[in-house]
Every structure is written in structure tokens, then in C-alpha cells.
Ligand binder design. Structure first.
Ligand SMILES: [Zn+2]
Length: 494
């Protein structure tokens, strides 16, 4: 994205993902969301003196899965470090993280950028622990009655995924986050619930003025901290692009700083000047040995990965789906599972995709449901498609049936039965209806015979109406044409 003043937008993202382990990263406290405050704590995550952390094996495994899925090189040896800072939600006064020897490095994620495909490099992925949660009573320090601390979240396992500054617009940041979310959902390492804080993002943004040829690190970089939804990341970045561009135009300096995002106003607000790594006094965690991963175990983890979105998209296209449909389905592993089950139940692949992405998607959307929770099981959608294929239902009737299926959870055959919704394809019955309509509409018949083709559509409509939409339209069309032609006297012919 090049701005009107010629500056280029440079964005890098740091995404924090909560891993879905049963217990915390360094103790055996449960990770269940939404429990009463300070009920899921122990001396380790409370940071009491004399306790020792013990690394959660499942967290390591999930982190490695994520790293492999993102094409990273997993370091056979990494280590933990203390990141020291004071904040009331951090009982130990430091966070156990990984500094100079992270778990994994040098991966990438391919996205559809604004000017075509773009490969976003991933610099590193490291393991770290979550902090607690603060709640403030009152609006400022002078009037606050109290500040409350809940340490249930303290010590939850996180990975931080750090991208290189390869994104060039807020829209590309959105595409990157969506693609990242998709990959992580395929490997099933996190609940990915942004509203519960299991996916959070820090965004770094700077503008490269025209003619600037130095290294990107020399640009004054603004970090927007802790944004909790993809939509808000995009809003914050858009605001920041405008703010920095205005400063640049006015010849004012852009300060290197950390800013917060205010959801209400859509603005970013200065919080503090940007801290440097040395501000945190990183040093090796003395209570944990280095993390050494066995090569054979790593190979097993790699072999255990499911097919990833790009491979699935290619497979769907090979089944005959349009690239656009394949892309939409492949973005959601639940949708892919559903699609595969519909096809396994006998539906043709393209038909399955059409019904899933059309009517079913709309009905599920209305109910805020995903494909995984669809009230219409895949085999029933396949049955509905079979009823259309065999001519028992018209497309329009099938739409109605699907709606009832979604509403009631009943099967396709049951709904067709109880509504008496069988398509009428009996030529004798349709001929009788057509003859009656022709007798009732002499003027329209005369119009048709005089060459008004549109009169035929009206007559077809009359037959459809008389059969409550159940007549097979192409058959009605053919029968009417045949009967009307028989009305032509030689004199009225050409
Ligand atoms: Zn604990």
C-alpha cells in the first residue's frame, strides 16, 4: 500500500495463541475458562517462594505442531528465560518466556495479498506463560475504589508467533490473521476464541518515506498492544496509517512508542515510549533445564500433521470445485469435514458445494452455527440432493425442504412426506392441467399464436400455480407448447 505522499506501509504482527492444554504451562492447575476468580491457582502459578516450575509436555507438543504447520524449523534445543517487569497481574515479577533460543524459527505463511500472492515470513515461535487479569473499579486512580486481580489465567501456555515486517496494508494484516487462524484450526492446537483471549495480537507499523533506502529497523516503529479481534487489528492499523501519514505530511516526527487501541473511539492512544529488550533484563531461567527435543519424536510430530489448507484446496479443486468455492471451504476444517461426509454419502461434489455454500450457509449463518453444529446432518443433505437428481423435487422445492430440515432437524424424506411435496412429473396429469389453463385463457393463447413468446411463460406459471409449484417446469413447458401448436389452424400459420 503506497500512500498519497509516496510512503509505504510496513506491518509486522506478533500473535499470542493460547494452547488448549488440560493444565497450565508450569503447574498442574486446570485451564478451564470462566471459573470463579483465583480458584485455579497453586503455589507455582502464584509465584510463592521456594516452588519450582515443571514444563507441560502437552504444551510443547502443541507448540511444535503449530510450528511445523507454519513451515518453521524446530530447534532441537531451546531454552527458557525470565522476562522481568513489574505489573500487578504478574505475581513472580517476571514472565517465563524464551528469548535468544526460541522453540522454532524461519517459517512462512502464504496469503492472498493486495497485489497477488504474498509469502509472509515467520521469524520465530516461542513458548511463554500468560499473566493474570486485572479489573479496576472506578475510572481513574483518584476515584478508584479498588483494583482486583484474578490469577486463574496466570501460567496458561501461550505461543507467540512473530512475523517479519512483510505485510504492506491493514487488509493484508487481516488476510494474514485469517490464514493463521485457519492453519491453527487445522492442527487443532487452540480454541482460537478471541473473545476469551485465546488469540491476541500486537501490531508493529511504520511508514517508509519515499526515497528511504536504509534498513527497516531504522524507521520509527509504533507498536499497538493487545488487540483482541481481527476486526480491531484492522481498525487500529487503519487509524495508525492515517495518523502517521498526517505527521509525515506536516513534517513532524513519528515517535517510536507503544500505543493502545480504544475500541469505542477507534483511535490508538500513546501509552509509553517503546521499551527495548534490555529494559526487561532477560536472563536464563535457572529453574528449568534447556528444552531438548528428540529427533525421532520431532519426525513423528511432522508425520502426524493432517493435510493443511493449501493441500486441501488443491484436492477440492481436483474434485471439480471452482477455485473460489474450494478456497471458501478449505478455510474452515469443519466445512471440509462436512463436505467430505456429504460426498461420501453419495452426492456429486459440485452439487454438495453449491448447496453448502448457498442455502445451507445462509441458514446456518442465521442461527450463528458452524458446519460442525449443523442441524442438517451431511447424509441428509446428500439425500436432498439425490431427491433433486431423481426428479422428485425441483430446486425450488428443495430450498423449502432444506429450510424445514434446518428448523426441525428432520430428515429430507420425512419432510417431503409430511408436506406432500412430491414433484409432479406425470404427463397425463400435467396435460390435463395444461388443457384446463388453455381453455381458461383464450386471449393469452391468441397472443402466443400471434407470436408473443412471453405468453407461454404466463401459461406455464398458471400450471405451476395450480399445482402449488410442484409440477416439473420443463415438462409443463413441453406439454403446453405441443398443445398450443395443435391450436394453430393452417391459416394462422406462416
Ligand atoms: Zn498453578
Amino acid at each position: 500500500m503506497i500512500l498519497a505522499n509516496g510512503a509505504e506501509v510496513i506491518i509486522g504482527l506478533e500473535v499470542h495463541v493460547e494452547l488448549k492444554t488440560r493444565t497450565k504451562l508450569f503447574c498442574s492447575c486446570p485451564t478451564t475458562f470462566g471459573q470463579a476468580p483465583n480458584t485455579q491457582v497453586c503455589p507455582v502459578c502464584l509465584g510463592l517462594p521456594g516452588v519450582l516450575p515443571q514444563l507441560n509436555r502437552q504444551a510443547v507438543q502443541l507448540a511444535v505442531r503449530a510450528a511445523l504447520a507454519l513451515g518453521c524449523r524446530v530447534n532441537p534445543r531451546s531454552k527458557f528465560d525470565r522476562k522481568n517487569y513489574f505489573y500487578p497481574d504478574l505475581p513472580k515479577g517476571y514472565q517465563i518466556s524464551q528469548y535468544d533460543q526460541p522453540l522454532a524459527e524461519w517459517g512462512h505463511l502464504d496469503i492472498e495479498g493486495e497485489e497477488g500472492p504474498r509469502r509472509v515470513r515467520i521469524r520465530r515461535i516461542h513458548l511463554e506463560e500468560e499473566a493474570g487479569k486485572l479489573a479496576h473499579e472506578g475510572t481513574n486512580l483518584w476515584t478508584a475504589a479498588a483494583s482486583l486481580v484474578d490469577l486463574n489465567r496466570a501460567g496458561l501456555p501461550l505461543i507467540e508467533i512473530v512475523s517479519e515486517p512483510d505485510l504492506r496494508s491493514p487488509a493484508e494484516a487481516r488476510a494474514y490473521l485469517a490464514a493463521l487462524r485457519t492453519v491453527l484450526s487445522y492442527v487443532d492446537v487452540s480454541d482460537l476464541r478471541m473473545e476469551e483471549g485465546s488469540l491476541r495480537c500486537d501490531a508493529n507499523i511504520s511508514l517508509r518515506p519515499p526515497g528511504f533506502a536504509g534498513p527497516l529497523e531504522q524507521l520509527p516503529r509504533v507498536e499497538i498492544k493487545n488487540v483482541n479481534s481481527i476486526r480491531n487489528v484492522v481498525r487500529a492499523l487503519e487509524y495508525e496509517v492515517d495518523r502517521q501519514a498526517a505527521l509525515l505530511d506536516a513534517g513532524e516526527p513519528i515517535r517510536r512508542e507503544t500505543r493502545g487501541f480504544d475500541d469505542q473511539s477507534g483511535r490508538t492512544l500513546a501509552q509509553r515510549s517503546k521499551e527495548e529488550a534490555h529494559d526487561y533484563r532477560y536472563f536464563p531461567e535457572p529453574d528449568l533445564p534447556p528444552l531438548v527435543l528428540d529427533e525421532r519424536w520431532l519426525a513423528e510430530q511432522a508425520a502426524d500433521l493432517p493435510p493443511l489448507p493449501d493441500a486441501v484446496r488443491a484436492r477440492l479443486e481436483s474434485q471439480g470445485l471452482a477455485p473460489q468455492d474450494a478456497r471458501i471451504l478449505a478455510a474452515d476444517p469443519d466445512a471440509v469435514r462436512y463436505f467430505d461426509a456429504v460426498v461420501a454419502a453419495g452426492a456429486e461434489a459440485r452439487q454438495a458445494a453449491v448447496w453448502m455454500l448457498g442455502d445451507l450457509a445462509r441458514l446456518l449463518n442465521d442461527r450463528h452455527l458452524g458446519y460442525g453444529a449443523s442441524p442438517v446432518p451431511p447424509a441428509e443433505l446428500a439425500r436432498l440432493i439425490a431427491l433433486i437428481g431423481s426428479g422428485r423435487l425441483s430446486g425450488r422445492m428443495a430450498k423449502e425442504v432444506l429450510e424445514v430440515m434446518c428448523e426441525t432437524g428432520r430428515g429430507a424424506d420425512a419432510v417431503v412426506e409430511e408436506r406432500g411435496l412430491n414433484q409432479i412429473a406425470d404427463p397425463a396429469r400435467l396435460r390435463a392441467e395444461a388443457e384446463r389453463v388453455i381453455a381458461e385463457q383464450p386471449k393469452v393463447v391468441a397472443d402466443y399464436l400471434a407470436g408473443k413468446e412471453r405468453a407461454l411463460a404466463f401459461l406455464v406459471g398458471q400450471v405451476m400455480k395450480a399445482t402449488r409449484g410442484q409440477a416439473k417446469p420443463d415438462l409443463v413447458n413441453a406439454i403446453l407448447k405441443e398443445l398450443l401448436e395443435a391450436h394453430r389452424t393452417p391459416a394462422s400459420g406462416p
